[in-house]
Structure formats: C-alpha cells, structure tokens
Design a protein around this ligand. Structure first.
Ligand code: HEM
Length: 184
C-alpha cells in the first residue's frame, strides 16, 4: 500500500492517523467522563495527567493531518452521491476535524487558566496558553464538556454513515479506510 493518498485511495499514513485518532478520542471520552466524577485525590490527578498527554497526542495528529491534506488530494467519494449527501458527509468530516483541534485546545486553555501544568507524558511541559483566571478556567471547563457531547453526536452520525455504506450501499467506502481494495 502506498504512503500517499490518491483520488481513489487513502495511503497508509492517513489510514493509521484515522484509526489511531478514532481510538484515542473514544478512550478519552470514557476517561474524561470517568475522571470528572472522581473525588479530588491521587487517582484523579494521575488520570488527568494521562488525559492531558493523550489529548496533546490527538492535537499533534490533527495538525499532522492538516499538513498532510494540504499536500495530498482527499479521495473522491464513491458512488457519485447527490450534492446534498456529498455536502452532509463533508460537513460532518470537517466538523470532526475542527473538534479534534478545538477539544484539546479548550482543555489546554482550561488547564492554563487553572494554573495547572500540561506535561506531555512527563517528557516536557507545554507553555500556558492564557494567564491564570478562575472565570476563564470555569468557562473552558464548560466548553470542553459541551464539545464532548457534540463529538459524541457527530461520531454516531459518522459511524452510522460508514455502516450504511458497508451494509446497505455495499460500496468500498469503509473497506478503503481499512486499507482493503474492496468493490469500488
Ligand atoms: C480530543 C481530546 C479530548 C477529549 C475527547 C476530552 C474529553 C474530556 C471529557 C469527556 C471530559 C469530562 C468533561 C466533564 O464532564 O466535566 C474532560 C475533562 C477534562 N479534560 Fe479533556 N479531553 C480532550 C483533551 C484534553 C486536553 C488536551 C486537556 C489538557 C491539556 C484536557 C484537560 C481536561 C481537564 C483538566 C478536564 C477536567 C477534569 C476535572 O476537573 O474533572 N482534555 N475531557
């Protein structure tokens, strides 16, 4: 399989980025809601530290994806869909990309405003994005939580659309994101 994307196929870099991001975002949603419900203490602190590091990994993968897409064509949608379906699919995909950028950035602002460091797996510490501010910290906690629900809603639509392609339309949309040639 080629590294680069073409008008018909995803290369292995895009495929790896897609499934790695998908797995990490789903893990982060579970971890996020679980740790938010924990009482203050060492377990919560440890989980928040891990949550921040994985969130920054997701941000790095999203930035890599932007650079990659600027130099590689997005494969065309299969089956010549009507304009409204094309627009709907691209809107969901574009919104998910926006969210995997905004979600980590809102978490980073929340931590900075709270005066808490953002360490990347203990290897280095990222600079604060804003000055310490209780009001800003609380606002971004709220924003972070709302964005989590928006991601969940869009993920459900995105997964249902992929399953529709695989089982109702029986085209290769899902298969090509799995790196399999399938039926075009
Ligand atoms: C795509 C990436 C991310 C996802 C999906 C995600 C998801 C979540 C979720 C679902 C919550 C629980 C919200 C609530 O009910 O209060 C949460 C809380 C939190 N997140 Fe994230 N997050 C991401 C990235 C980040 C990043 C990069 C940081 C920091 C650098 C961060 C810092 C936090 C903090 C500090 C909390 C609050 C914990 C608490 O005080 O209880 N998150 N996150």
């Amino acid at each position: 399989m080629s590294l680069k994307d073409s008008n018909r196929r995803f290369g292995w870099l895009s495929i790896t980025n897609h499934w790695l991001t998908a797995t990490l975002v789903i893990v982060m949603l579970f971890v996020g809601f679980y740790m938010a419900g924990l009482p203050r203490g060492p377990e919560k602190l440890q989980m928040i530290g891990m949550h921040k590091s994985i969130g920054i990994t997701i941000l790095a993968l999203a930035i890599l994806r932007l650079f990659w897409r600027a130099r590689n064509p997005m494969p065309d949608m299969l089956g010549n869909p009507p304009a409204w379906r094309h627009l709907a699919a691209r809107t969901v995909q574009f919104s998910l990309l926006g969210l995997i950028l905004l979600m980590p950035i809102s978490g980073w602002i929340m931590s900075s405003a709270g005066g808490h460091p953002v360490s990347f797996f203990g290897l280095f510490t990222l600079p604060p994005l804003v000055d310490k501010s209780k009001a800003l910290g609380e606002a971004f906690h709220e924003i972070h939580e709302i964005l989590a629900f928006v991601i969940i809603a869009l993920l459900v639509i995105h997964v249902l659309a992929a399953l529709k392609h695989a089982f109702l339309d029986r085209d290769a949309t899902l298969l090509r994101m799995l790196g399999r040639p399938g039926r075009d």
